[in-house]
Design a protein around this ligand. Sequence first.
Ligand SMILES: O=C(O)c1ccccc1N[C@@H]1O[C@H](COP(=O)(O)O)[C@@H](O)[C@H]1O
Length: 198
Amino acid sequence: MYVKLCGLRTAADVEVAVTAGADAVGFVFSTSARQVDLDTGRRLVREVPEGVLTVGVFSGVPAAEVRRVAEASGVGAVQLHGEYPREAFDEVAAAGTRLVRAVALIPGTDVRVGAFGEEMLLLDSPVAGSGHRWDLAALDGARPAGRWLLAGGLGVANVGAAVAQARPWGVDVSSGIESSRGVKDHGLMREFVAAARA
Ligand SMILES: O=C(O)c1ccccc1N[C@@H]1O[C@H](COP(=O)(O)O)[C@@H](O)[C@H]1O
């Protein structure tokens, strides 16, 4: 079970995520209570050992700016949420990063992994980073194949059941590992990684 912990903002967050065994760590560069500026993001990326994927998370940021921040911060991957067209993915890919496409599972959504050139698909609630759950029954008949991550309102108490029902390749979490909005709870981070893999 691939585990990504998102919305990290401090060196201590990064250290806990890495020692807990996260496969990927996310830094939000767009407007959010979890937003990090470029200098902070660059510094945190340097704290992450090789083997753990660093992901820059963006929503509503023009592709050219995403590419600039991705290059300047040194993230290994970019996660794009929302209405980005295929051309935006191509433009960001030119920075040499890996790509994660984040979408909500609503009618008409293309849920083929790689359809926009991405390596991983992330299925999330319609409001990214809100901690809202969504109806996993929507996956019936629309379950992607391959490298897709489940997100949206996951936490220590529900990740096991969610994984059993959705059968994702991996999971991603932000709100569920916080003590208050934007503040990571290091105990919950460790417990979440263990629970996701239990
Ligand atoms: O966390 C944010 O503030 C955020 C902002 C902009 C785009 C994505 C964001 N977070 C992503 O939301 C999902 C799930 O979050 P949650 O566990 O429901 O809080 C996760 O992929 C985050 O990367």
